[in-house]
Design a protein around this ligand. Sequence first.
Ligand code: KIV
Length: 287
Amino acid sequence: MAQPVTAPTIRAAKGGAPLVMVTAYDAPTARVADDAGVDVILVGDSVAMVVLGYEDTLQVTVADMAHHVGAVARARPRAMVVADLPWLSYHLSTEEAVRNAATLIRAGAAAVKLEGGLVRVPVVRALVDAQIPVMGHLGLTPQSVHALGGYRVQGQEAAAASTLVGDARALADAGVFAIVLECVPREVARMVTDVVAVPTIGIGAGPDCDGQVLVIHDLLGLEDRIAPRFVRRYGALKADAVAAVAAYAGDVRARTFPSDAESYHLSDDVAAALGIDRSPSTRTRTA
Ligand code: KIV
């Protein structure tokens, strides 16, 4: 059995072979990701939008996240399971942040991810102190959608780019083992990747990061409503699924599903004792 991926493994991958991360929110998708050999499975708070039908990620709680982390962890993946700390679970006090992170660790995660830079340093330190590995998240941080004024590319001005680099340094100094960079110009992602000693994992941040992450429903084509520039679809599972369910519906309506071979039968003795006539002509239904 291959060795499980851990925070030190990821940390040591800086500058090596690109790291592969995808999201998963339940056991079947975790098994798909793990069988494909990804390094990290992120139980993202994107579960709110991708699976639960909310408009933003602000709607999920620690309990919601723990529910999905447990489902992913029960698939026993070799890949490292990282859980998003949801909005407001790490903003009020470091004690509360550690307690909430511990809930996700007890649910089966091996690390937590949180959004924000310099301002998060005390929380990162407290988590690391409690032996909880932390992944940072900079750039477009969806939990700040209202403060940012929408889902926009970040770090486009010189000052914003410099702040982002400073935030990345601060997170790395505080002890994160990797940093997600979301929706930032390629050049800014490159600057961050060059200055921090921990791996950067990009989503909409160009090819120069130490790794990449995509939402699994996007890459599989299960989500086909929105397609940001950075999403590459490797499947068309929504179309495949619609075709499969439509074929099933057609067979049910045409009475061609289930067939006799797909049915259970009484033994001859029991059928005879019940006086059931099983000659082929009596099996044909009239509509
Ligand atoms: O929640 C999520 O899916 C994420 C990724 C976009 C990195 O945070």
